[in-house]
Ligand binder design. Structure first.
Ligand SMILES: [Zn+2]
Length: 322
């Protein structure tokens, strides 16, 4: 049987069951944390993460897919410490999160740089997928990159490195996109040019818009789309998010939709307490407690809910697996 790499090691794909396709354990600036340790209480954040993930598991979620890569403070050893205390599968990523430039580390060497040469990111990503991340022994199960407003040279360079690592390993690709700037279509085009099958892509944050023609266009070309910011009503109110999923399911497109929150156990992008105030629904329980009842109430069947929460993640993550 096909196996999938998780923080606790490879598991049979049947074990994944109900999956939230885009949730973070920790999002933080590691350099700030090291230099301003007063911003961080390691024991407290780990304990809080354990409690939050226990709550999620109690709702029947057996797996989260965590697209935290370099640029978002990835530390798989810390995630493993959490996972040792809570029974949930955590699937982790390799790749690079930048909305503009490559990290300065890559500024002077690699393609189209002063010193030129091969792209060093490709080997790093492949190592994370095939040997393990740092010294943890935990293997990444997918690749991740980002595009926000436009295809900057740095964004394109990372995208091409991710495409090359995909062509070597077969690992599927999650792309942070901006629905407001319709950049999912740009990502799709860059990956197509690099020889990547659009079915290997989830174009994330596509649920942030009412422009369903944009969403359908990405689906028509064969990609999955992430309806994955439930609870983040600042971008699009929850009832509109629900209505859009209902509409797309009604058009027979459930097999391309991924449901998630893009929430985190801990994120340092907001001052303490502010996230809870400005986005009170943005937490791990929102889909099971509010969104699924709303979808059912609007006529979405159990079969389609299973398609979105079980079958699609399973089909997506099994790509490139023996
Ligand atoms: Zn995210």
């Amino acid at each position: 049987m096909t196996t999938i790499e998780t923080v606790r090691g490879p598991v049979a794909i049947d074990v994944l069951k109900t999956v939230l396709m885009h949730e973070h354990v920790f999002v933080l600036d590691e350099e700030m944390r090291r230099n301003y340790p007063e911003l961080w209480d390691e024991e407290q954040v780990v304990a809080e993460a354990v409690e939050k993930l226990k709550g999620l598991a109690a709702l029947g979620v057996s797996t989260i897919v965590d697209p935290t890569v370099v640029g978002l403070g990835r530390d798989v050893a810390r995630v493993a410490r959490v996972n040792a205390q809570v029974d949930i599968n955590i699937v982790v990523a390799t790749g690079m999160y930048t909305l503009a430039d490559v990290p300065l580390l890559f500024r002077f060497y690699g393609p189209d740089t002063l010193l030129g040469g091969e792209e060093p990111m490709v080997g790093m990503f492949v190592k994370d997928l095939t040997e393990g991340i740092a010294d943890t022994g935990v293997r990444a199960a997918f690749l991740k990159c980002a595009i926000e407003e436009s295809l900057t040279p740095g964004v394109e360079r990372v995208m091409r490195a991710v495409a090359q690592a995909h062509l070597i390993t077969g690992a599927p690709i999650v792309v942070h996109t901006s629905a407001a700037h319709r950049t999912g279509l740009i990502a799709q085009e860059v990956f197509r040019r690099e020889g990547v099958d659009p079915g290997a892509l989830v174009l994330d944050h596509s649920g942030d818009t009412d422009d369903l023609d944009y969403v359908r266009q990405m689906i028509d070309q064969g990609s999955y789309v992430g309806m994955d910011r439930f609870g983040l009503d600042l971008y699009l109110p929850g009832d509109q998010r629900v209505a859009n999923v209902v509409r797309l399911v009604g058009e027979g497109l459930a097999d391309r939709l991924m449901l998630s929150h893009d929430a985190s156990c801990h994120i340092d992008w907001f001052p303490p307490g502010v996230r809870e105030q400005v986005a009170p629904n943005w937490h791990f329980s929102h889909i099971h407690q509010e969104v699924l009842p709303a979808l059912r109430g609007a006529g979405v069947g159990e079969k389609e809910i299973t398609t979105m929460l079980v079958d699609n993640p399973r089909r997506f993550l099994s790509q490139g697996r023996p």
